[in-house]
Design a protein around this ligand. Structure first.
Ligand SMILES: *Cc1c(COP(=O)(O)O)cnc(C)c1O
Length: 351
């Protein structure tokens, strides 16, 4: 017998990508940025005093919210700081979804954490399969309204395909959907557009993270952007001190030195183009990506899962998902030119 709540006893927990510890490896499996964060971030962390560590951090991260608001031409009341983007997702489930009714709406495929969070909160899931080209079906909002969803989760640019929906499409969904539309922009730093112009709408919440574009996955810092009323609602369900002082100080320095992140994104985007061409040359099918990863389908006669294993044996780590529409594909994070060359060489040798 189990002491767990029924839905927790049944739960299949989130499975993060592997974090291998091998010294020499090519790690292209969890969409980390291959370049380091701005020097100013490490300097800012180094300047944190014993007294700052002795005290509790500012609970609302006001200095960060100021800097982020200025950066996005918004007000601090439109910004909430979170312990990684994942915490913003958790808070949205807690604030907007009901048990046994009024659940979430999502696409298939999508970020697999959404389903896990729904199951933790015991809230129902409405799943709408994406179109063949990974775009969102036109009746997405209608289907969610019919099911009574209170929260819609759209990752844009999309994971794991890299597809980018135009802002007008998201605006139409927000206009039609009767609940909150959370636009997960975890990969926006590598994309050509963002949904920022929709922040004024009463039902749009945007997720941002420093994990990918700012090379700070180890820091655990993300934030939400939205209408002040939405932010105030989320604030009610926040842990009292959800972001620590080291993270707040580092996050401020990261945003104040955003040109480092922009330069790194430019390099990643150039490599994205080069790796896409190289994979296509090798017979892979690779849809255009606006992220720091590619979803690549190996040529006929090569099974994605066995290719994943063979690469793994060569200490090259990519991601394989045993999920509908993904079992014949690999998700490959864009690395440095050297890492990408190692991947291309390994794929050539395995042909
Ligand atoms: C990485 C990621 C996030 C947030 O990650 P954190 O490290 O918690 O900030 C959110 N959504 C998607 C789709 C992601 O890939």
């Amino acid at each position: 017998m189990s002491y767990a709540r029924d839905n927790i006893a049944r739960l299949i927990a989130y499975a993060p990508g592997e974090q291998p510890t091998a010294e020499r490896m090519v790690k292209l499996n969890t969409n980390e940025n291959p370049y380091p964060p701005a020097d100013a971030v490490l300097k800012a962390v180094g300047r944190v005093s014993a007294d700052q560590l002795r005290r509790y951090p500012p609970p609302l991260a006001p200095a960060f919210r100021q800097v982020a608001a200025r950066f996005h031409c918004l007000e601090p009341a439109n910004v909430i700081a979170t312990n990684g983007g994942d915490e913003l997702l958790r808070m949205a489930f807690t604030a907007f979804c009901g048990v046994g009714e009024c659940g979430i709406g999502q696409t298939q495929p999508t970020y697999s954490l959404y389903e896990v969070l729904a199951n933790i909160h015991d809230t129902p899931i409405t799943t709408v399969p994406l179109n063949e080209d990974w775009s969102i079906p036109d009746d997405f909002a209608a289907q969610l309204n019919k099911a009574g969803c209170r929260l819609a989760l759209v990752v844009n640019p999309h994971a794991p395909s890299g597809h980018l929906e135009p802002v007008a499409k998201l605006e139409a969904i927000a206009g039609e959907f009767r609940g909150v539309l959370l636009i997960d922009e975890a990969y926006v730093d590598f994309a050509s557009t963002s949904a920022l112009p929709l922040v004024g709408r009463r039902n749009v919440l945007i997720l941002r993270t420093l994990s990918k574009g700012y090379s700070l996955a180890g820091l655990r810092f993300g934030y939400g952007l939205g209408h002040a009323d939405l932010i105030a609602t989320l604030d009610k369900v926040r842990d009292s001190y959800n972001t620590d002082i080291l993270a707040q100080v580092a996050a401020i320095a990261a945003i104040e030195n955003a040109e480092t992140a922009r330069d790194n994104a430019t390099k990643v985007i150039a490599e994205r183009q080069r790796l896409t061409s190289a994979l296509i040359e090798l017979g892979f099918i690779v849809p255009p990506s606006e992220t720091n990863f590619l979803l690549a389908q190996p040529p006929d006669g090569i099974e994605a899962e066995s290719l994943y294993q063979s690469l793994r044996e060569k200490a090259i780590f990519v991601r394989y998902f045993r999920q509908p529409r993904l079992t014949d594909k690999l998700r490959i994070t864009i690395g440095t030119p050297q890492q990408n060359d190692a991947l291309i060489a390994a794929l050539k040798s395995l042909r």
